[in-house]
Design a protein around this ligand. Structure first.
Ligand code: OFO
Length: 173
């Protein structure tokens, strides 16, 4: 059984993961409309992945006798200046989520809930990967510069990354 404080903190994280899914949906849609099919495919896959991050927490909380709340969500910002801007916002968001997972972990430790803290280790590792992927995409976009040819190649790389991500997410849940 989880404590009320852990239940509340887990519900907040469930909401953030669902919101992440919607943020990436808005970004994927923008990329689809602006000539970046690879980036779009990657971000649609990220949308699915965030939904699985949410579901994994929902199942965990229910299994531990907690009460999962499906809360209302704000609309994501859906305006971007460029592909670089999209991925800079991805990185900023993932850094925010990493900080949020760390805070959640701290609540669990404070409450003496080492079972949940241990469960969250998977999310801590996942955040290392999420941030690193976003940083390397930003590096590639910066290297490509503003040239159409460079961005075309980055988009091809993102299409390949999307295929890898789709294969990886079949293992989550
Ligand atoms: Fe769920 O990791 Fe991104 O937000």
């Amino acid at each position: 059984m989880v404590s009320k404080n852990v239940e509340k903190a887990l519900n907040e994280q469930i909401k953030k993961e669902e919101h992440s899914s919607r943020i990436y949906l808005a970004m994927a849609s923008w990329c689809e409309r602006n000539g970046y099919p690879g980036a779009s495919d990657f971000l649609y896959a990220q949308t699915e992945e965030e939904r699985l991050h949410m579901l994994k927490l929902v199942h965990y909380l229910n299994d531990r006798g907690g009460n999962t709340i499906v809360d209302k969500l704000e609309a994501p910002i859906a305006k971007y200046k460029s592909l670089l801007d999209v991925f800079q916002q991805v990185l900023k968001h993932e850094e925010y989520i990493s900080a949020s997972i760390n805070e959640l972990y701290a609540v669990c430790v404070k409450e003496g809930d080492f079972t949940t803290a241990n469960y969250l280790q998977w999310y801590i590792n996942e955040q290392i990967e999420e941030e690193s992927t976003a940083r390397s995409i930003i590096d590639q976009i910066n290297l490509a510069g503003a040239e159409k040819g460079g961005l075309f190649m980055v988009d091809k790389e993102l299409a390949a990354l999307a295929t890898t991500k789709k294969a990886e997410i079949t293992g989550i849940a």
